[in-house]
Design a protein around this ligand. Structure first.
Ligand SMILES: Nc1ncnc2c1ncn2[C@@H]1O[C@H](COP(=O)(O)OP(=O)(O)OP(=O)(O)O)[C@@H](O)[C@H]1O
Length: 325
């Protein structure tokens, strides 16, 4: 993963940055969005919406294009094709840059600064800085304000980076694998801190993660990218309800014929045990054991079949893009 430079806050984020244009606009809207690194398309033909106020898990295998999408939203990269809007505005506008905070995998902290100095820098660079929120997040982690950032543990650094991101009072918080270097207890604490701040301020969160089982309780929206293309987008509940997990004793690797009328996402055969994740297109016939999949089961099935038919719920859909190839 090659990560661009971070810009968690900055002097461009001037006063009056929350323009009226964002009323009712989705937090993110991509139309025909593509980004190419030299000859390689990291993202292509992406059309989707992320409604405001959602906590969205951004998932996909390594190299899927998650960091690229977050970097486009944070205005660290420009689209090669198509466009992306943040609350109705291009990411490069002062209005958008003021509304967005990005915490990348390399936390945007200066090791020689104390925690207090880091927060002070946040206050000086951001006109709408919320010092009380930033301090509270640090205090909840029992982190000393006089400690040098370079001496903090991974979990403490993540907490300070989150405090800086929240202190900016973003409308959209972009987090790139925020929990990857944390132990389960600290992950739990940081998740709780994140949830309470989000509940208080109604922040939209787009968070890339490989820790799907832990995100299950946190995220109410899902964006799955494989090979640079959107595969799933929408409310977690709606997406799960659109699928059925079937299991049976069969020997056929391609599945029994009574699945032919459904969208079969992926199938698995272990010995005589056959299972299939399907999107039913009518009544399911046959002697199947059936249940609604969990989020992890669903994502593993899609990861196993990255070319399966995409599914976007109504709230995530945009009309076909004129700019798409
Ligand atoms: N600066 C770069 N130059 C060239 N190719 C790049 C660059 N950054 C990313 N890529 C390529 O673009 C594709 C998407 O990368 P990206 O980092 O967005 O994936 P990701 O889903 O975030 O992966 P991971 O889960 O491993 O972090 C990959 O094939 C990657 O090698």
């Amino acid at each position: 993963m090659n990560e661009p430079a971070h810009r968690p806050f900055g002097p461009d984020d001037g006063p009056g940055r929350i323009a009226a244009a964002d009323d009712g606009a989705p937090a993110l809207e991509a139309r025909g969005l593509g980004h190419r690194f030299r000859k390689h398309w990291a993202l292509r033909d992406c059309d989707f919406r992320l409604p405001a106020g959602r906590i969205c898990a951004l998932v996909g295998p390594n190299g899927a294009g998650k960091t690229t999408l977050l970097s486009l939203a944070a205005d660290l990269l420009e689209p090669t094709r198509g466009r992306l809007r943040v609350f109705g505005d291009a990411p490069s506008t002062p209005a958008s840059r003021g509304r967005v905070a990005f915490m990348g995998q390399r936390k945007p902290l200066y090791p020689g600064f104390t925690v207090a100095e880091m927060l002070r820098a946040g206050r000086e660079l951001n006109p709408d800085w919320d010092h009380a929120t930033a301090e509270r997040l640090v205090r909840q982690g029992d982190i000393s304000f006089t400690a040098k950032v370079g001496t903090l543990s991974g979990g403490q650094r993540t907490r300070v980076a989150l405090a800086l991101a929240f202190g900016k009072r973003p409308r959209l918080l972009l987090l790139d694998e925020p929990m990857s270097d944390l132990d389960p207890l600290v992950r739990h604490e940081i998740t709780a801190a994140l949830m309470s701040e989000v509940a208080e301020h109604g922040t939209t969160v787009l968070m890339s993660t490989h820790m799907v089982s832990e995100m299950d309780q946190v995220c109410d929206y899902l964006l799955m990218i494989t090979g640079g293309r959107v595969r799933l987008a929408g409310e977690v509940d709606t997406i799960l309800a659109a699928h059925t997990l079937l299991s049976s004793r069969h020997r056929e690797t391609d599945g029994p014929p009574d699945l032919a009328s459904h969208i079969v996402v992926s199938t698995k055969t272990v010995g005589e045990h056959f299972s299939a994740l399907i999107r039913p297109q009518g009544p399911v016939t046959g002697r199947w054991a059936r249940h609604e999949p969990g989020l992890e089961e669903l994502l593993i099935a899609y990861l196993r079949a990255p070319d399966s038919t995409p599914l976007l719920t109504a709230s995530a859909r945009v009309e076909a893009s004129e700019e798409a190839a």
